[in-house]
Each structure stands twice: as structure tokens, then as C-alpha cells.
Design a binder for this molecule. Structure first.
Ligand SMILES: [Zn+2]
Length: 252
């Protein structure tokens, strides 16, 4: 990007105060990928940015960047939707936070990915509703790993290539990042065939179609345990939001 102003859609991931009245916002943008930008005067009470750079909001922003500068300047922001404002459900807010944490901490800076941007926008509205939050989050996690090239194939045994069908026992090895049949692997985590079928649906279908599948919370939870272990292993980090989500599940 030369010394130009550019308009792009952005999902606000985080924001920090800077100096007396400015704000630094970490954005995942459609056009530039993850960037950080300064919004001058954004913390003043009558700022034109008021309410438009809150985490988990989707805005159209105008960015300006000097050649070789680390930070963009955010010239303006027009709010399209604030996902965090749509819910007061603590579990939903934690899961929205997980999306922001993943995008902020695992995407390379200034490497745009339109599929990833579209994936985030696809799931965010469903993460604001208790009825859809868990399955939508699983869909996001599986596709996040697939887009990064980290999700192992679930259709064939990774060792002998045999088709994994309803008749075969399926095991997930998180350490080796693979699914295998019972003949090749009997350690690791046994996966129910209904969970494998749901995973197949997630990989083949649109999110709206996945919601119409008959899946139980148990299968969603089973796949999320595997997928979240893969996430932490693949990105070599533990996500604070995942810890909070699991702590919240124990309290309920
Ligand atoms: Zn095998």
C-alpha cells in the first residue's frame, strides 16, 4: 500500500488506549488482513469514532498508511454491526472473544484472506445466540484449521488409507494430527461415528445446512474437544478464551 487512503471492511479484534485520547485498534480487514491502526481522539466523549471501534464490531473503515510505517491511521469508521452488543449471554460473549483471540494471535500481519474474513462474518451472528453458538463455533474452528492447512482428513485412515465408515472404529491422535482406523491406532481418543458424520457435514456443507443436520450437543462437544486440542497444538499456544469457556461450562 502506498501513501493512500483505502476503504475496507474490518472486524475489530482488540483496542487499547494510547496517550490521552487516542486508541489503537487491532483489526482483521478484508483487504489487508490483520493490521493495527491509531484512531486519533477516539477516547474523547464526543469522538466521531464513539461506539464504532468496540471489539467484535464490523465496520467500514478508511485507513491511511505512510510507506514503511508500522501503524495505520484510522481516518474514519462506519459501524455495520456490533456483534457483542447483540447478546448479554456470558457464554456467547466468551465465544465471540475466542474468534477475536484466534484472529488477533494466529493470523499473519498484513496477509489478507478473503475466505477467512468471510468465514468470520458467517459465524459471528450465530455466536450471539445460545441455541447456535456451540455448533457455529465448531464450524469456525474446523474451517479455521482447514484454511490454515492443519485439519487432518477424516474420510480415510491416515495410516492404511482404508475408508472410515460406520463399521470402523475411528481414533483421533492429537499428537500426530490424524484420524486412523482401529486396526492402525488404538491409542488416542476414540471418536463416535456420529461425530465423524457431523465432521463430514461441516466439511461438505454450508453452515445453514449443518444447522439442519440432526446433531446432539454431545457430538458437538466431542468434536470441539478434538478440534480445540488440534488448534492449540497446531498454533503452539493455549487460548485464554478456551480456558474461560471450559471454566464457565463447569460452573453451569
Ligand atoms: Zn488404518
Amino acid at each position: 500500500m502506498n501513501e493512500n487512503h483505502a476503504s475496507t471492511e474490518a472486524i475489530v479484534l482488540r483496542s487499547y488506549p494510547l496517550r490521552e485520547s487516542d486508541l489503537i485498534a487491532v483489526l482483521y480487514t478484508r483487504q489487508f488482513g490483520r493490521v493495527s491502526g491509531v484512531a486519533r481522539g477516539a477516547r474523547r466523549s464526543k469522538s466521531r469514532f464513539a461506539g464504532k471501534l468496540e471489539p467484535l464490531s464490523w465496520s467500514e473503515v478508511v485507513l491511511f498508511c505512510k510507506r514503511n510505517a508500522d501503524l495505520f491511521t484510522i481516518d474514519s469508521a462506519d459501524l455495520i454491526e456490533s456483534f457483542a452488543q447483540r447478546t448479554h449471554d456470558y457464554r456467547c460473549l466468551l465465544q465471540l472473544g475466542l474468534v477475536a483471540e484466534m484472529l488477533a494471535d494466529t493470523t499473519p500481519e498484513r496477509e489478507p484472506s478473503d475466505p477467512l474474513f468471510r468465514l468470520a462474518l458467517l459465524v459471528l451472528p450465530h455466536l450471539t445466540q445460545a441455541a447456535t453458538v456451540d455448533l457455529a463455533q465448531l464450524y469456525f474452528e474446523v474451517w479455521y484449521l482447514k484454511l490454515a492447512g492443519f485439519y487432518p482428513s477424516h474420510r480415510n485412515c491416515s495410516v492404511c488409507q482404508a475408508l472410515l465408515t460406520a463399521d470402523s472404529s475411528v481414533y483421533a491422535s492429537i499428537g500426530a494430527s490424524l484420524f486412523a482406523c482401529g486396526r492402525c491406532q488404538q491409542s488416542g481418543r476414540k471418536v463416535s461415528y456420529r461425530a465423524v458424520s457431523l465432521l463430514d457435514g461441516i466439511c461438505r456443507m454450508r453452515l445453514a445446512e449443518v444447522f439442519r443436520l440432526e446433531s446432539s450437543p454431545a457430538e458437538v462437544a466431542e468434536l470441539r474437544t478434538i478440534t480445540e486440542s488440534l488448534l492449540q497444538r497446531s498454533f503452539e499456544r493455549s487460548f485464554r478464551s478456551l480456558r474461560l469457556i471450559s471454566e464457565e461450562a463447569k460452573v453451569v
